[in-house]
Design a protein around this ligand. Structure first.
Ligand code: SF4
Length: 166
């Protein structure tokens, strides 16, 4: 995994962490809660981080050279799989944000469908290029840390995130 960019910045005295926030299949409840946490914490955190990628509040940019990626949601399609692999290749620390990113539920309920239920959704799976199973992040890439809760627990988020901002 690439660690050079952040260490290079650190040695140059530019220690701000480059942070990206990403959403896969979910109701985006964790990132909504995160914007509430930002209401209180973003200004002090901005002394230590640069918010590079967060489509809820910023335009899309190339995913590149991140120190911390916070990822919510479930990997359900080939496109999701390619995207999370790209994020993994471009971040030093990847954190699964929320229980659905950690467990694939509730989208992963279809993983336990019986044959007749699977037959019913077969057309949708094909039409939208869905994977045969909905996957938790850890089923696809290496995950460095987890923040549980649906939505995330605010105190736990602050504790984990500040550990990597330090
Ligand atoms: S963990 Fe819950 S609140 Fe967070 S994105 Fe998943 S379903 Fe939504």
């Amino acid at each position: 995994m690439e660690t050079k960019p952040s260490s290079a910045r650190a040695s140059a005295g530019e220690a701000k962490k480059r942070v990206g926030i990403f959403s896969f299949t979910c109701d985006e409840g964790c990132s909504i809660l995160l914007t509430e946490i930002f209401n209180q914490k973003l200004i002090p955190w901005l002394e230590k981080m640069e918010l590079v990628y967060f489509l809820s509040i910023k335009d899309k940019v190339e995913i590149k050279d991140l120190d911390i990626a916070l990822v919510e949601g479930v990997v359900t399609s080939e496109r999701d799989k390619e995207d999370i692999e790209k994020i993994r290749a471009n971040t030093r620390i990847l954190i699964a944000m929320g229980t659905c990113a950690m467990t694939a539920l509730p989208s992963g309920q279809r993983n336990n469908f019986n044959i007749s239920q699977l037959k019913e959704i077969e057309g949708h799976l094909e039409k939208y290029n869905f994977l045969p199973k909905a996957l938790a992040l850890k089923d696809v890439v290496v995950v460095d840390d987890n923040i549980s809760g649906c939505p995330i627990d605010e105190g736990k988020f602050i504790e984990v995130f500040e550990k990597y901002l330090a």
